[in-house]
Design a binder for this molecule. Structure first.
Ligand code: GUN
Ligand code: ZN
Length: 437
Protein backbone atom coordinates (compact mmCIF):
# COMPACT_ATOMS: atom_id res chain seq x y z
CA UNK A 1 0.00 0.00 0.00
CA UNK A 2 1.21 3.47 -0.83
CA UNK A 3 1.11 5.91 2.08
CA UNK A 4 -1.47 8.66 1.79
CA UNK A 5 0.02 12.05 1.13
CA UNK A 6 0.67 14.10 4.24
CA UNK A 7 1.33 17.53 2.77
CA UNK A 8 -1.14 19.94 1.23
CA UNK A 9 0.16 19.71 -2.34
CA UNK A 10 -1.87 18.04 -5.03
CA UNK A 11 -0.26 17.23 -8.29
CA UNK A 12 -2.30 14.48 -9.83
CA UNK A 13 -5.52 12.57 -9.88
CA UNK A 14 -5.81 10.21 -6.94
CA UNK A 15 -7.70 6.96 -6.78
CA UNK A 16 -8.62 5.93 -3.23
CA UNK A 17 -9.51 2.27 -2.90
CA UNK A 18 -11.64 1.06 -0.02
CA UNK A 19 -15.16 0.21 1.07
CA UNK A 20 -17.16 3.22 -0.14
CA UNK A 21 -20.34 3.97 1.80
CA UNK A 22 -22.26 7.16 1.14
CA UNK A 23 -25.83 8.21 1.94
CA UNK A 24 -28.31 8.82 -0.85
CA UNK A 25 -31.15 9.78 1.49
CA UNK A 26 -32.12 9.25 5.12
CA UNK A 27 -32.88 5.59 4.40
CA UNK A 28 -30.70 4.59 1.45
CA UNK A 29 -26.98 4.46 0.96
CA UNK A 30 -24.65 3.51 -1.81
CA UNK A 31 -22.31 0.64 -0.93
CA UNK A 32 -19.22 -0.48 -2.89
CA UNK A 33 -17.27 -3.03 -0.86
CA UNK A 34 -14.28 -2.89 -3.24
CA UNK A 35 -14.87 0.66 -4.29
CA UNK A 36 -12.88 3.49 -5.78
CA UNK A 37 -13.17 7.19 -5.12
CA UNK A 38 -11.38 9.25 -7.77
CA UNK A 39 -10.40 12.82 -6.95
CA UNK A 40 -8.86 15.29 -9.40
CA UNK A 41 -6.13 17.82 -8.66
CA UNK A 42 -8.74 20.45 -7.74
CA UNK A 43 -10.14 18.19 -5.04
CA UNK A 44 -13.32 17.31 -6.94
CA UNK A 45 -14.78 13.84 -7.15
CA UNK A 46 -14.62 12.65 -10.76
CA UNK A 47 -15.57 8.98 -10.36
CA UNK A 48 -17.12 6.74 -7.70
CA UNK A 49 -17.73 3.10 -8.59
CA UNK A 50 -16.65 -0.47 -7.91
CA UNK A 51 -12.91 -0.63 -8.61
CA UNK A 52 -13.27 -3.34 -11.23
CA UNK A 53 -15.35 -0.94 -13.33
CA UNK A 54 -12.72 1.80 -13.18
CA UNK A 55 -9.50 -0.18 -13.14
CA UNK A 56 -8.81 -0.15 -16.90
CA UNK A 57 -9.39 3.58 -17.02
CA UNK A 58 -6.84 4.49 -14.35
CA UNK A 59 -4.38 1.65 -13.70
CA UNK A 60 -1.87 2.48 -16.43
CA UNK A 61 -2.07 6.26 -16.28
CA UNK A 62 1.23 7.64 -14.97
CA UNK A 63 -0.51 10.80 -13.76
CA UNK A 64 -2.71 8.82 -11.44
CA UNK A 65 -1.72 7.87 -7.91
CA UNK A 66 -3.49 4.87 -6.42
CA UNK A 67 -3.89 4.78 -2.64
CA UNK A 68 -5.19 1.47 -1.37
CA UNK A 69 -7.01 1.53 1.99
CA UNK A 70 -7.94 -2.14 1.71
CA UNK A 71 -11.14 -3.00 3.55
CA UNK A 72 -11.25 0.31 5.41
CA UNK A 73 -14.31 2.48 4.97
CA UNK A 74 -14.40 5.61 2.85
CA UNK A 75 -17.22 7.80 4.17
CA UNK A 76 -18.25 11.39 3.55
CA UNK A 77 -16.71 13.77 6.07
CA UNK A 78 -18.83 14.48 9.12
CA UNK A 79 -20.79 17.71 9.52
CA UNK A 80 -20.99 19.25 12.98
CA UNK A 81 -23.77 21.83 12.78
CA UNK A 82 -23.11 23.46 16.13
CA UNK A 83 -20.18 23.81 18.53
CA UNK A 84 -18.11 26.37 20.39
CA UNK A 85 -14.39 26.85 19.72
CA UNK A 86 -13.53 28.50 23.08
CA UNK A 87 -15.22 25.69 24.97
CA UNK A 88 -12.96 22.89 23.73
CA UNK A 89 -11.12 23.15 27.05
CA UNK A 90 -14.32 23.04 29.13
CA UNK A 91 -15.90 19.66 28.43
CA UNK A 92 -17.16 17.49 31.25
CA UNK A 93 -18.01 20.30 33.67
CA UNK A 94 -21.22 18.91 34.99
CA UNK A 95 -23.87 19.47 37.60
CA UNK A 96 -25.72 22.57 36.44
CA UNK A 97 -28.50 23.53 34.07
CA UNK A 98 -27.77 25.87 31.18
CA UNK A 99 -27.77 29.32 32.78
CA UNK A 100 -25.78 28.34 35.88
CA UNK A 101 -23.35 26.30 33.76
CA UNK A 102 -22.73 29.28 31.47
CA UNK A 103 -22.06 31.59 34.40
CA UNK A 104 -19.90 29.17 36.34
CA UNK A 105 -17.70 27.65 33.62
CA UNK A 106 -18.26 29.04 30.16
CA UNK A 107 -18.29 32.79 30.48
CA UNK A 108 -15.00 32.86 32.45
CA UNK A 109 -13.38 30.61 29.83
CA UNK A 110 -14.61 32.84 27.01
CA UNK A 111 -13.45 36.02 28.76
CA UNK A 112 -9.88 34.70 28.46
CA UNK A 113 -10.13 35.13 24.69
CA UNK A 114 -9.41 38.82 25.18
CA UNK A 115 -5.84 37.49 25.10
CA UNK A 116 -5.31 36.75 21.41
CA UNK A 117 -2.30 34.49 22.04
CA UNK A 118 -4.47 32.30 24.25
CA UNK A 119 -7.21 32.40 21.61
CA UNK A 120 -4.81 31.31 18.87
CA UNK A 121 -3.48 28.45 20.97
CA UNK A 122 -6.99 27.14 21.64
CA UNK A 123 -7.91 27.60 17.97
CA UNK A 124 -5.03 25.28 16.96
CA UNK A 125 -6.24 22.71 19.46
CA UNK A 126 -9.82 23.05 18.25
CA UNK A 127 -9.16 22.65 14.53
CA UNK A 128 -6.78 19.73 15.11
CA UNK A 129 -9.48 18.03 17.19
CA UNK A 130 -12.10 18.60 14.52
CA UNK A 131 -9.87 17.01 11.88
CA UNK A 132 -8.94 14.03 14.04
CA UNK A 133 -12.63 13.43 14.75
CA UNK A 134 -13.38 13.31 11.03
CA UNK A 135 -15.37 16.55 11.00
CA UNK A 136 -15.01 18.24 7.63
CA UNK A 137 -17.56 21.01 8.09
CA UNK A 138 -18.17 22.69 11.43
CA UNK A 139 -20.57 25.51 12.26
CA UNK A 140 -18.74 27.37 14.99
CA UNK A 141 -19.24 29.98 17.69
CA UNK A 142 -16.06 31.84 18.67
CA UNK A 143 -16.30 34.56 21.35
CA UNK A 144 -17.18 38.25 21.29
CA UNK A 145 -13.53 39.11 20.54
CA UNK A 146 -12.77 40.34 17.05
CA UNK A 147 -9.02 39.63 17.21
CA UNK A 148 -9.63 36.13 18.57
CA UNK A 149 -12.11 35.45 15.77
CA UNK A 150 -9.66 36.77 13.21
CA UNK A 151 -7.04 34.39 14.63
CA UNK A 152 -9.50 31.48 14.47
CA UNK A 153 -10.15 32.14 10.77
CA UNK A 154 -6.39 32.37 10.13
CA UNK A 155 -5.79 29.04 11.84
CA UNK A 156 -8.66 27.41 9.92
CA UNK A 157 -7.30 28.79 6.65
CA UNK A 158 -3.80 27.49 7.35
CA UNK A 159 -5.02 24.05 8.31
CA UNK A 160 -7.34 23.73 5.29
CA UNK A 161 -10.46 23.37 7.46
CA UNK A 162 -13.99 24.04 6.23
CA UNK A 163 -16.07 26.18 8.58
CA UNK A 164 -19.06 28.40 8.93
CA UNK A 165 -17.99 30.63 11.79
CA UNK A 166 -18.56 33.99 13.40
CA UNK A 167 -17.83 36.31 16.26
CA UNK A 168 -20.32 35.97 19.09
CA UNK A 169 -22.52 39.02 19.67
CA UNK A 170 -23.66 39.88 23.23
CA UNK A 171 -24.89 43.30 24.30
CA UNK A 172 -27.19 42.59 27.27
CA UNK A 173 -27.47 40.53 30.44
CA UNK A 174 -23.90 39.31 30.16
CA UNK A 175 -20.90 39.50 32.47
CA UNK A 176 -19.04 42.78 32.12
CA UNK A 177 -16.08 41.18 30.37
CA UNK A 178 -18.41 39.81 27.68
CA UNK A 179 -20.72 42.78 27.19
CA UNK A 180 -20.32 44.68 23.96
CA UNK A 181 -21.52 48.02 22.80
CA UNK A 182 -24.25 47.30 20.23
CA UNK A 183 -22.79 49.37 17.41
CA UNK A 184 -19.30 47.94 17.97
CA UNK A 185 -20.63 44.42 17.88
CA UNK A 186 -22.42 45.03 14.58
CA UNK A 187 -19.52 46.92 13.03
CA UNK A 188 -16.90 44.34 14.00
CA UNK A 189 -19.08 41.50 12.82
CA UNK A 190 -19.57 43.17 9.46
CA UNK A 191 -15.83 43.79 9.14
CA UNK A 192 -15.11 40.14 9.84
CA UNK A 193 -17.77 39.00 7.39
CA UNK A 194 -16.36 41.23 4.64
CA UNK A 195 -12.85 39.97 5.36
CA UNK A 196 -13.50 36.25 5.71
CA UNK A 197 -16.71 35.17 4.00
CA UNK A 198 -15.72 33.06 0.98
CA UNK A 199 -11.98 32.98 1.75
CA UNK A 200 -9.99 29.81 1.18
CA UNK A 201 -11.82 29.47 -2.15
CA UNK A 202 -15.07 29.13 -0.26
CA UNK A 203 -13.91 26.89 2.60
CA UNK A 204 -14.50 29.73 5.08
CA UNK A 205 -18.01 31.12 5.40
CA UNK A 206 -19.26 33.74 7.82
CA UNK A 207 -22.15 33.42 10.25
CA UNK A 208 -23.51 36.38 12.18
CA UNK A 209 -23.67 34.90 15.65
CA UNK A 210 -25.92 36.53 18.25
CA UNK A 211 -25.50 34.21 21.23
CA UNK A 212 -29.20 33.85 22.14
CA UNK A 213 -32.26 35.90 22.99
CA UNK A 214 -31.14 36.33 26.58
CA UNK A 215 -27.99 38.31 25.77
CA UNK A 216 -29.31 40.43 22.90
CA UNK A 217 -31.11 43.78 22.77
CA UNK A 218 -33.76 44.34 20.09
CA UNK A 219 -31.31 46.75 18.45
CA UNK A 220 -28.68 44.03 18.15
CA UNK A 221 -31.08 41.51 16.63
CA UNK A 222 -32.43 44.14 14.23
CA UNK A 223 -28.84 44.88 13.18
CA UNK A 224 -28.14 41.17 12.66
CA UNK A 225 -31.22 40.91 10.44
CA UNK A 226 -29.96 43.86 8.36
CA UNK A 227 -26.43 42.46 8.00
CA UNK A 228 -27.73 39.02 7.06
CA UNK A 229 -29.91 40.56 4.32
CA UNK A 230 -27.08 42.77 3.10
CA UNK A 231 -24.29 40.19 2.79
CA UNK A 232 -25.37 37.55 0.28
CA UNK A 233 -24.55 33.98 1.20
CA UNK A 234 -23.76 34.65 4.85
CA UNK A 235 -25.40 32.74 7.68
CA UNK A 236 -26.97 33.45 11.05
CA UNK A 237 -26.16 30.98 13.81
CA UNK A 238 -27.76 31.19 17.23
CA UNK A 239 -29.36 29.19 20.04
CA UNK A 240 -33.12 28.66 20.23
CA UNK A 241 -35.43 27.27 22.91
CA UNK A 242 -32.92 25.11 24.73
CA UNK A 243 -33.78 25.46 28.42
CA UNK A 244 -36.97 26.38 30.29
CA UNK A 245 -35.31 29.17 32.30
CA UNK A 246 -33.84 30.68 29.13
CA UNK A 247 -37.20 30.62 27.33
CA UNK A 248 -38.93 32.26 30.29
CA UNK A 249 -36.33 35.03 30.34
CA UNK A 250 -36.68 35.67 26.61
CA UNK A 251 -40.46 35.87 26.87
CA UNK A 252 -40.20 38.62 29.48
CA UNK A 253 -37.63 40.47 27.40
CA UNK A 254 -39.62 40.29 24.18
CA UNK A 255 -43.21 40.21 25.51
CA UNK A 256 -44.93 40.94 22.22
CA UNK A 257 -43.49 37.91 20.42
CA UNK A 258 -45.69 34.80 20.28
CA UNK A 259 -42.70 32.49 20.74
CA UNK A 260 -38.91 32.51 21.01
CA UNK A 261 -38.65 31.66 17.29
CA UNK A 262 -40.93 34.61 16.52
CA UNK A 263 -38.49 36.92 18.31
CA UNK A 264 -35.85 36.02 15.73
CA UNK A 265 -38.33 35.99 12.87
CA UNK A 266 -39.49 39.50 13.76
CA UNK A 267 -35.96 40.73 13.13
CA UNK A 268 -35.49 38.89 9.81
CA UNK A 269 -33.51 36.08 11.40
CA UNK A 270 -35.25 33.23 9.61
CA UNK A 271 -34.97 31.31 6.37
CA UNK A 272 -32.23 29.62 4.38
CA UNK A 273 -28.81 29.77 6.06
CA UNK A 274 -30.17 30.43 9.54
CA UNK A 275 -29.02 27.69 11.89
CA UNK A 276 -30.84 27.34 15.20
CA UNK A 277 -29.12 25.17 17.78
CA UNK A 278 -31.20 22.92 20.05
CA UNK A 279 -34.80 24.00 19.28
CA UNK A 280 -36.12 21.60 21.88
CA UNK A 281 -39.21 23.32 23.20
CA UNK A 282 -40.98 24.22 19.96
CA UNK A 283 -44.73 24.16 19.42
CA UNK A 284 -46.47 23.02 16.23
CA UNK A 285 -46.60 26.51 14.80
CA UNK A 286 -42.85 26.98 15.33
CA UNK A 287 -42.11 23.66 13.66
CA UNK A 288 -44.21 24.67 10.66
CA UNK A 289 -42.40 28.02 10.50
CA UNK A 290 -39.02 26.27 10.51
CA UNK A 291 -40.11 23.90 7.73
CA UNK A 292 -41.85 26.53 5.57
CA UNK A 293 -38.97 28.99 5.85
CA UNK A 294 -36.32 26.33 5.15
CA UNK A 295 -34.46 27.40 8.28
CA UNK A 296 -32.23 24.75 9.81
CA UNK A 297 -31.97 23.10 13.18
CA UNK A 298 -28.85 21.70 14.82
CA UNK A 299 -29.97 18.82 16.97
CA UNK A 300 -27.49 18.41 19.83
CA UNK A 301 -28.55 15.29 21.77
CA UNK A 302 -25.35 14.83 23.81
CA UNK A 303 -25.58 18.38 25.06
CA UNK A 304 -29.28 18.02 25.81
CA UNK A 305 -28.47 14.93 27.87
CA UNK A 306 -25.60 16.61 29.66
CA UNK A 307 -27.43 19.79 30.69
CA UNK A 308 -30.76 17.98 31.10
CA UNK A 309 -32.36 20.48 28.76
CA UNK A 310 -35.12 18.26 27.36
CA UNK A 311 -35.88 15.97 24.44
CA UNK A 312 -35.79 17.13 20.80
CA UNK A 313 -39.09 16.39 19.03
CA UNK A 314 -37.30 14.26 16.48
CA UNK A 315 -40.25 12.48 14.91
CA UNK A 316 -42.46 15.55 14.69
CA UNK A 317 -39.67 17.67 13.28
CA UNK A 318 -38.69 15.03 10.73
CA UNK A 319 -42.31 14.46 9.71
CA UNK A 320 -42.83 18.20 9.25
CA UNK A 321 -39.99 18.20 6.70
CA UNK A 322 -37.63 20.44 8.66
CA UNK A 323 -34.00 20.63 7.62
CA UNK A 324 -31.85 19.38 10.47
CA UNK A 325 -28.54 17.75 11.23
CA UNK A 326 -26.43 16.99 14.27
CA UNK A 327 -24.27 19.18 16.48
CA UNK A 328 -21.80 18.15 19.14
CA UNK A 329 -22.30 21.47 20.97
CA UNK A 330 -18.94 21.14 22.67
CA UNK A 331 -18.61 21.89 25.58
CA UNK A 332 -22.18 21.19 26.74
CA UNK A 333 -21.76 18.15 24.55
CA UNK A 334 -18.85 16.28 26.13
CA UNK A 335 -17.43 14.82 22.91
CA UNK A 336 -16.51 16.25 19.55
CA UNK A 337 -17.01 12.86 17.91
CA UNK A 338 -20.11 12.86 15.71
CA UNK A 339 -20.19 9.08 16.21
CA UNK A 340 -20.98 9.69 19.88
CA UNK A 341 -23.58 12.27 18.88
CA UNK A 342 -25.24 9.81 16.47
CA UNK A 343 -25.50 7.25 19.26
CA UNK A 344 -26.95 9.82 21.65
CA UNK A 345 -29.50 10.92 19.04
CA UNK A 346 -30.84 7.40 19.12
CA UNK A 347 -30.53 6.91 22.91
CA UNK A 348 -32.20 10.23 23.64
CA UNK A 349 -35.48 9.26 21.98
CA UNK A 350 -37.55 7.27 24.45
CA UNK A 351 -40.04 5.88 21.91
CA UNK A 352 -38.44 5.63 18.50
CA UNK A 353 -35.44 3.92 16.95
CA UNK A 354 -33.36 5.98 14.61
CA UNK A 355 -31.65 3.50 12.33
CA UNK A 356 -27.89 3.70 11.69
CA UNK A 357 -28.26 4.71 7.99
CA UNK A 358 -30.41 7.65 9.04
CA UNK A 359 -27.92 8.64 11.74
CA UNK A 360 -25.07 8.55 9.24
CA UNK A 361 -27.20 10.64 6.87
CA UNK A 362 -27.90 13.22 9.61
CA UNK A 363 -24.17 13.53 10.33
CA UNK A 364 -23.24 13.90 6.64
CA UNK A 365 -25.65 14.69 3.80
CA UNK A 366 -28.44 15.82 6.15
CA UNK A 367 -26.03 18.25 7.81
CA UNK A 368 -24.87 19.50 4.42
CA UNK A 369 -28.51 20.05 3.40
CA UNK A 370 -29.13 21.93 6.63
CA UNK A 371 -26.13 24.11 5.79
CA UNK A 372 -27.48 24.52 2.22
CA UNK A 373 -24.21 23.11 0.90
CA UNK A 374 -25.48 19.76 -0.38
CA UNK A 375 -24.45 20.66 -3.94
CA UNK A 376 -20.82 20.85 -2.75
CA UNK A 377 -20.40 18.36 0.10
CA UNK A 378 -22.20 15.76 2.22
CA UNK A 379 -21.88 12.67 0.03
CA UNK A 380 -19.32 10.98 -2.19
CA UNK A 381 -20.91 12.01 -5.47
CA UNK A 382 -19.34 12.93 -8.78
CA UNK A 383 -19.04 16.70 -9.08
CA UNK A 384 -18.89 17.35 -5.34
CA UNK A 385 -15.76 18.32 -3.44
CA UNK A 386 -13.86 15.42 -1.91
CA UNK A 387 -14.55 15.81 1.82
CA UNK A 388 -14.12 12.28 3.10
CA UNK A 389 -12.77 10.20 5.94
CA UNK A 390 -11.01 6.87 6.17
CA UNK A 391 -12.46 4.79 8.98
CA UNK A 392 -11.37 1.48 10.44
CA UNK A 393 -13.99 0.12 12.87
CA UNK A 394 -11.68 -2.71 13.90
CA UNK A 395 -9.42 -0.22 15.69
CA UNK A 396 -11.72 -0.14 18.69
CA UNK A 397 -11.65 -2.93 21.21
CA UNK A 398 -15.08 -4.42 21.78
CA UNK A 399 -16.06 -4.30 18.13
CA UNK A 400 -16.29 -7.81 16.71
CA UNK A 401 -12.93 -8.72 15.24
CA UNK A 402 -14.18 -9.53 11.74
CA UNK A 403 -16.28 -6.36 11.52
CA UNK A 404 -14.83 -5.34 8.16
CA UNK A 405 -16.11 -8.56 6.61
CA UNK A 406 -19.62 -8.19 8.03
CA UNK A 407 -22.65 -6.96 6.04
CA UNK A 408 -22.65 -3.19 5.72
CA UNK A 409 -25.72 -2.72 7.94
CA UNK A 410 -23.75 -4.40 10.75
CA UNK A 411 -20.74 -2.19 10.08
CA UNK A 412 -22.91 0.93 10.28
CA UNK A 413 -24.48 -0.26 13.51
CA UNK A 414 -21.05 -0.77 15.08
CA UNK A 415 -19.92 2.62 13.88
CA UNK A 416 -22.91 4.39 15.37
CA UNK A 417 -23.04 2.61 18.70
CA UNK A 418 -19.32 2.10 19.35
CA UNK A 419 -17.55 4.64 17.18
CA UNK A 420 -15.39 7.54 18.26
CA UNK A 421 -12.29 9.40 17.10
CA UNK A 422 -10.14 6.25 17.46
CA UNK A 423 -11.72 4.89 14.27
CA UNK A 424 -10.76 7.84 12.09
CA UNK A 425 -7.50 7.15 10.26
CA UNK A 426 -7.47 10.11 7.89
CA UNK A 427 -9.55 13.17 7.07
CA UNK A 428 -9.67 14.94 3.71
CA UNK A 429 -11.19 18.31 2.88
CA UNK A 430 -11.50 19.18 -0.80
CA UNK A 431 -9.08 16.37 -1.55
CA UNK A 432 -6.41 17.54 0.89
CA UNK A 433 -5.36 15.34 3.76
CA UNK A 434 -5.81 17.49 6.90
CA UNK A 435 -5.40 14.66 9.38
CA UNK A 436 -3.61 11.35 9.27
CA UNK A 437 -3.28 9.01 12.21
N1 GUN B 1 -26.98 29.16 25.06
C1 GUN B 1 -26.27 30.31 25.04
N2 GUN B 1 -24.96 30.08 25.08
C2 GUN B 1 -24.80 28.75 25.10
C3 GUN B 1 -23.66 27.90 25.13
O1 GUN B 1 -22.51 28.32 25.14
N3 GUN B 1 -23.92 26.55 25.16
C4 GUN B 1 -25.18 26.06 25.13
N4 GUN B 1 -25.35 24.74 25.16
N5 GUN B 1 -26.25 26.83 25.10
C5 GUN B 1 -26.07 28.17 25.10
ZN1 ZN C 1 -24.20 25.89 21.88
Amino acid sequence: MQAPESDLTMTSTKVYLGHVITPLSSTEYLDYVSGALVVNSLGKIVDVAPWHELKDKYINDSNVQIIDFGQRLLLPGLVDLHLHLPQVSQTGRSGEHLMAWLNKYIFPAEARFADTNHARKIAHWFFDELASNGTTLAVVFTTIHKAATDAAFEVALNKGSRVIMGKVMMDANSPEALTEDTETSLRESEELAVKWHGQGDGLLLYAFTPRFGVTATPELLAGVGRLFAKHAGTYVHTHLSEAKEEIQFVSTQFPSARSYLDVYKGFGIIGERTVFAHAIHLDDQDIKTVADSRSSLAHCPSSNFFLKSGVFLYQKIRDAGCLFGLGSDVAAGPSMSLFNVMKDANYMQPDIWIEPPELLYRATLGGAEAAHLQHIIGSLTVGKEADFIVVDPSRKSGIVDDILSQPTDEILSSLVFLGDDRLVEATYVRGRCIFQM
